[in-house]
Design a protein around this ligand. Structure first.
Ligand code: MRU
Length: 339
């Protein structure tokens, strides 16, 4: 799959994920405000991808403001950081990326043009590092997969959710590269249908066998013995739980009940182990995303409100292992290593 986001000639180029799978369309932005909007409306989505978009948005802003006197530059950049932080509340990577760029800004505040060059370089480095980290997650996770396995995944934690290669889909890609035969079952993932639209799209694009099921089918599919493992991505890992796309918790419960290993692929940029579930804001999106299928077909009577929590909480007791770029860990081992 081609990169979901790139820095080209001081512009941010990204795949518009809202029109997939019908159109493979690209957006190009020179204004950080447009990048912030693209994160909010989900032209780009997936925790690692929005982290890189946030860094690139900050880089565009430094170019816009680099001729200002240093105090004014810092004031403007603080506003930019706050705008970008306000786009989506749950994925750690967004905040991690803004903080990483802010670190550079606060180290060399005297020379905005030099700062801008450093920030632009850092944003591109973060994009490249994302791909490297995902390849390592792939290698570590591939060891868990056996020839002939069928893996269930939820939402899209693939190439489209990162710069390239994916997190939850990385072990599948790597195992196939090693010569194993692996099939994927993708939950459709209501209401934004990231599984049906995006996971199915990118796997088909890369000729990896995939079938889509309705979200309510995964329990039965497990009971029928049609999958061997679950691998999902994550937006934030706290010291007690994994936050991921709404529906993940139910998949984890069903996996436990059916003795199926439940793995979470998590780059270390997603770890927020100083927090517990109480510290995290779960994004609530507009009721219309549930009442209307992709804004096209209303399926709920006029006047009935829908609850639209974007993420849910899977407690550590349901997690078999967490796959990072460094290795595969039980939740207890993860806490020991990174906390
Ligand atoms: O709302 P989204 O599409 O940004 O949610 C994405 C997910 O929940 C992914 O599973 C998660 O970000 C991990 S992506 C590698």
């Amino acid at each position: 799959m081609i990169p979901s986001i790139e820095w080209i000639n001081n512009k941010v180029k990204m795949i518009d994920q809202t029109v997939l799978p019908h159109d493979l369309k690209f957006l190009e932005f020179e204004d950080y405000r447009d990048v912030a909007t693209s994160i909010k409306v989900m032209n780009i989505r997936g925790a690692p991808a929005i982290g890189v978009a946030a860094a690139m948005g900050m880089a565009l802003a430094t170019i816009e403001y680099k001729e200002l006197p240093k105090e004014k530059f810092l004031e403007k950049m603080e506003e930019v950081a706050n705008l970008i932080r306000s786009t989506r509340p749950t994925a750690s990577n967004l905040f991690w990326a803004v903080d990483r760029i802010w670190d550079i800004i606060s180290k060399y505040p005297d020379d905005p043009p030099m700062l801008s060059a450093l920030v632009v370089e850092e944003a591109q480095l973060m994009a490249q590092q994302d791909i490297n980290v995902n390849k390592s997650i792939g290698k570590n996770g591939a060891a868990l997969l056996e020839d002939g396995d069928t893996v269930l995944t939820h939402c899209n934690a693939g190439s489209l959710a990162t710069v390239q290669y994916g997190t939850a889909l990385a072990p599948i890609r790597a195992a196939i590269e090693e010569g194993k035969e692996i099939q994927v079952i993708a939950d459709e993932t209501r209401p934004r249908l990231q599984g049906a639209r995006l996971t199915a799209y990118e796997l088909q694009y890369d000729k990896i066998p995939v079938k889509v099921i309705s979200d309510t089918s995964s329990g039965l599919i497990m009971r029928l013995g049609k999958i061997n493992k679950v691998i999902v991505g994550t937006d934030r890992v706290t010291s007690d739980a994994v936050f991921n796309k709404i529906g993940t918790y139910l998949v984890a419960l069903a996996a436990k009940d059916n003795d199926i290993p439940f793995y979470v692929a998590a780059p270390t940029s997603t770890l927020s182990l100083h927090e517990t579930v109480k510290d995290v804001t779960i994004e609530q999106r507009d009721s219309s995303e549930v009442s209307n299928i992709l804004g096209k077909l209303q399926i709920v009577p006029n006047g009935v409100e829908c609850l639209n929590y974007a993420f849910d909480i899977t407690p550590f007791r349901l997690v078999t292992g967490i796959i990072t770029e460094d290795g595969v860990y039980t939740p207890e081992e993860l806490l020991k290593k990174y906390k």
